[in-house]
Design a protein around this ligand. Structure first.
Ligand code: UD1
Length: 423
């Protein structure tokens, strides 16, 4: 397993081009299951998670090809001859559950391994299962697998989420697209990645109203056709680099992004004393003054994203006072705290809140990546810290950051990747 070594204390300067969003690529790839024929996806990021999704789709009989000429991913879903998502694939990526809705809608049955525990909390899939049951799916749990089947076509119905679930909304949208009759999804999640999926489904012939609202209405159709779609820019990758620049006191422009998706982050950065300049599809940040500590609370979109909580915490470690960071989405998303402490951070966890007392500067240390976004926070802390930091278990980063080391080297970071022998 590889490790990343960072020589910190160097402000980032320059430009980084952001990649397509992991959390949009995964549902859009799963949507290909819904219609026979060749789908074309643009701006697909090269990540461990997108490769896992390709393996999963291939295990169903979907053929894929990378078209060099226009850097497009072609998914040929003409034949599906297997409806089982194996534990081996699902255990490495929770978002594998996204194949459940489309498989049931097209094939009438599916067998998908339960994702199991996960570092950031229990993360059940009960909303997915209950929502699909409302559409007529009968499911059982056997040997760690959810086995679902439907008699004939799925039937439209009204679904209400207790908490807006991102992949839950996506799974049900895909299932409802091919159901008989109308499905209403109330208290639906409103993340931009869902809008991206709705656009692809609409291109396939689906009839969906309420895009960007918490009430989605799907008028089911009998058949869908293959579509061509473009993955939206990754707002979490964008935010991660902007925070890294702020942490190092640098000046950075992130291009090919959608600034409209990050208002909650800009508000916090500006309050912390970071200059933020927003263009049509680029954002620049610059920090010329000491960082002010600000309070953060994660919320469903358009609130502050839980996927940037660990990164902003690394920034707040460098603040001039107290910052209270409250996590409301996942119950155990403070795994990075212990590692940040190893770098000199002063953080106390009290239930769902972390109280961060700014220490002005951090020092390099050997640390361990525990999950995707926690790893990103360690990279940010290491870039800002004095001295060398070694981050082990970087496979977590490979799940969600396309060419992280290359992109950071391009803006002046002293960072390298090495093979680790004894992990
Ligand atoms: C998605 C994102 C993830 C992000 C999260 C919250 C993808 C592939 N992943 O994950 O990066 O951190 O949204 O923005 O898009 N819940 C249940 N039962 C369910 C489903 C969810 O109780 O069946 C709870 C979860 O434990 C959590 C909350 O609902 O407390 C929201 O989770 P959800 O939006 O479903 O997260 P994911 O879709 O898994």
């Amino acid at each position: 397993m590889d490790k990343i070594i960072i020589e910190g204390g160097r402000p980032l300067h320059g430009t980084i081009k952001v990649s397509g969003a992991k959390n949009a690529a995964l549902p859009l790839m799963a949507a290909a299951i819904l219609a026979p024929g060749v789908h074309v996806l643009h701006n697909v990021p090269d990540l461990r998670d997108t490769r896992t999704m390709l393996k999963l789709l291939a295990s169903f009989g979907i053929k894929w090809q990378w078209r060099e000429a226009d850097q497009a991913l072609l998914l040929d879903a003409t034949t599906i001859d297997n409806v089982e998502a194996s534990y081996d694939l699902v255990k490495t990526m929770r978002a594998s559950v996204l194949v459940l809705g489309p498989l049931l809608a097209r094939m009438g049955r599916a067998r998908v391994s339960l994702p199991g525990g996960c570092a950031i909390g229990a993360r059940p899939i009960d909303f997915h299962i209950q929502g699909l049951a409302r559409l007529g799916v009968v499911s059982t749990l056997e040997s760690g697998y959810v086995e679902g089947s439907v008699d004939g076509r799925l039937k439209g119905n009204s679904i209400y989420f207790d908490i807006p679930s991102v992949t839950g909304t996506e799974n049900l949208l895909m299932a409802a697209a091919l159901a008989e009759g109308v499905t209403e999804i109330k208290n639906a999640a409103r993340e931009p990645e869902i809008g991206n999926l709705i656009d692809m489904l609409t291109g396939m012939g689906a009839r969906i109203d309420g895009r960007d609202t918490d009430c989605l209405v799907v008028r089911g159709v009998k058949k869908l056709r293959p579509a061509e779609a473009t993955i939206i820019p990754d707002r979490i990758e964008t935010g991660t680099y902007l925070i890294a620049a702020a942490a190092t006191g640098g000046e950075l422009t992130v291009t090919a992004c959608n600034p409209g998706h990050l208002d909650a982050l800009f508000e916090k950065l500006r309050t912390a004393g970071v200059e933020v300049t927003v263009g049509r599809n680029q954002i620049s940040v610059c920090r010329r003054q000491p960082l002010k500590s600000v309070d953060i609370k994660t919320l469903p979109y358009p609130g502050f994203p839980t996927d940037l909580q660990a990164q902003i915490m690394a920034l707040m470690c460098l603040g001039n006072g107290l910052s209270v960071i409250t996590e409301t989405i996942f119950e155990n998303r403070f795994m990075h705290v212990a590692e940040l402490r190893r770098m000199g951070a002063n953080i106390k966890v009290d239930g769902h809140s972390a109280i961060v007392k700014g220490v002005g500067s951090l020092t390099g240390a050997p640390v361990m990546a525990t999950d995707l976004r926690a790893s990103a926070s360690l990279v940010i802390a290491a870039l800002a810290a004095q001295g060398e930091t070694e981050i082990s278990r970087v496979y977590h980063l490979d799940r969600g950051y396309d060419n992280l080391v290359g992109k950071l080297v391009g803006v002046g970071a002293v960072i390298r990747r090495e093979a680790e022998q004894n992990d």
